[in-house]
Design a protein around this ligand. Structure first.
Ligand code: NDP
Length: 448
């Protein structure tokens, strides 16, 4: 089957999974030429096998809330592909979680992990459980009930979960603890663990820092210095806060942050004190962004309830770091009209296909999440390596490796994405580079 036919078949078979089909369509659009011109791939229907997950676990998670009421959520783990290493990918707890979203994330993860050059396959899991407003003991009971169902399917050489939206060090700690109890082993089955029990230094920072390192590499292709540039960031969770802190440390001015309630705009850039306060408020106190105004009523800030930042900022660079499809075609046009010349994605698939088309047609620097945010899983891979050697590397060592990995990913995107006119299409580059390694491994291993 030719690549286009594979896509049509998938659209017919999974019509109710829009995010999954969106991710698949983007990849097939990039690799079509390479795939169709290689008969060895088509002989064993490789592309369809690569698009459909190896297996999916779906289960009920029952737990008791603080008032004694029994609650039921859905839990999932999508083990997408393990051609180049054990399944690896985060766990998301958010009310919006469904199978289409997890299938898109697991599919993307497969290509992203391949790009890192580390031995990791792709997976993703999660639940429609929302941690917002839950007590610490409710979170713990939920995490334990979730792992009571999942623990048999994961393991250090089988499937290694980590965090994602709604899952940070606290949730990973509870899940790892329960896994350890059920499996009666202490192994690196989760990454993003606490530093005291096998976690890697720099893992919390890695996705945001990695995105900044990728951005530096992109800017260097045009001789642009990040110093003094205005950067719009969305989100205010793990990825967004570390992106803002690192970009600011590199000399940029951060002009926005957001959460699901609205956006906080700082036209002249947040001060270091404001950025530190946002980090603490969101990371340690799980506060809301509008509370920042209470602390800095005269701090040159504006809060826009229910709004995303893109149409309300003047910026040189955008770093969407909240969630999928949070930047649409109109947002992209507004950014371009305001002079934005680079977009580096911290979130997974934050730009809609229409927005991506706008960026590429405008010839700006545009890095898709699967390349730009791969630093998180790369350091997870380094955490797995440290765990299996029972060693801890220094923060400096991990940070240096992260910089090197992001530079390598950038180089691979350039290698596969440079167009005849010299423009670097990072979408194409990331997809083809990620695909080739997995496809070669699948071909060598036969039909499974
Ligand atoms: P967090 O849960 O720490 O933060 C998520 C942020 O996004 C919060 O500010 C949240 O707001 C906001 N958000 C979530 N859903 C929505 C929505 N529907 N509309 C508007 N805002 C929303 O998650 P992470 O920072 O870990 O993840 C952010 C993105 O980065 C995700 O796409 C994730 O898949 C991706 N990513 C994460 C990696 C990691 O290492 N953590 C690695 C690679 C990619 P609120 O607080 O109101 O919910």
């Amino acid at each position: 089957m030719k690549a286009k036919q594979v896509l049509e078949e998938l659209k017919n078979r999974f019509p109710h999974e829009p995010e999954y089909l969106q991710a698949v369509e983007e990849v097939i659009g990039s690799i079509e030429e390479v795939y169709d011109s290689n008969p060895a791939f088509d002989r064993y229907n490789l592309l369809e096998r690569l698009c459909i997950p190896d297996r999916i676990f779906a289960f009920r998670v029952s737990w008791v809330d603080d008032s004694g009421k029994v609650r039921n959520n859905m839990g999932y783990r999508v083990q997408h592909n393990n051609a180049i290493g054990p399944y690896k990918g985060g766990i998301r707890f958010h009310s919006s979680v469904n199978l289409s979203i997890l299938k898109f994330l697991a599919f993307e993860q497969t290509f992203k992990n391949s790009l890192t050059t580390l031995a990791m396959g792709g997976a993703k899991g999660g639940s429609d459980f929302s941690p917002r407003g839950k007590s610490d003991t409710e979170i713990m009971r939920f995490c334990q009930a979730f792992i009571a169902e999942l623990w048999r399917q994961i393991g250090p050489d089988t499937d290694v979960p980590a965090g994602d939206i709604g899952v940070s060090g606290r949730e990973v700690g509870y899940m790892f603890g329960y896994y350890k109890k059920m499996a009666r082993e202490f192994t690196g089955t989760f990454t993003g663990k606490g530093i005291d029990f096998g976690g890697s230094l720099i893992r919390p920072e890695a996705t945001g820092y990695g995105n900044c390192y990728f951005l530096l590499n992109m800017l260097a292709t045009r001789g642009i210095d990040i110093k003094g540039k205005y950067i719009a960031v969305s989100g205010s969770g793990n990825v967004a806060t570390y992106t803002a802190l690192k970009a600011s440390a590199l000399g940029a001015k951060i002009v926005s942050m957001s959460d699901s309630s609205g956006s906080l705009i700082a036209p002249e850039g947040f001060t270091q004190e404001q950025l530190d306060y946002i980090f603490e408020l969101k990371t340690y106190y799980r506060g809301r962004l509008y509370e920042v105004l209470d602390k800095y009523p005269d701090g040159g800030l504006e809060y826009l309830a229910g709004e995303r930042p893109w149409r309300h900022v003047k910026c040189d660079i955008a770093m969407p770091s909240a969630t999928q499809n949070e930047l649409d075609g109109d947002d992209a046009r507004a950014l371009l009209a305001a002079g934005c010349f680079a977009v580096s994605e911290g979130a997974n698939m934050p730009s809609t296909p229409e927005a991506v088309k706008e960026f590429i047609n405008a010839g700006i620097l545009y890095a898709p999440g699967k390349a730009a945010n791969a630093g998180g899983v790369a350091v997870s891979g380094l955490e797995m390596a440290q765990n299996s050697q029972k060693l801890n590397w220094t923060a400096e060592e991990v940070d240096n490796r992260l910089r090197g990995i992001m530079a390598d990913i950038h180089a691979r995107c350039v290698e596969y994405g440079r167009q005849p006119d010299g423009y670097i299409n990072y979408v194409k580059g990331a997809n083809i580079a990620g695909f080739m390694k997995v496809a070669r491994a699948m071909t060598a291993q036969g039909v499974l």
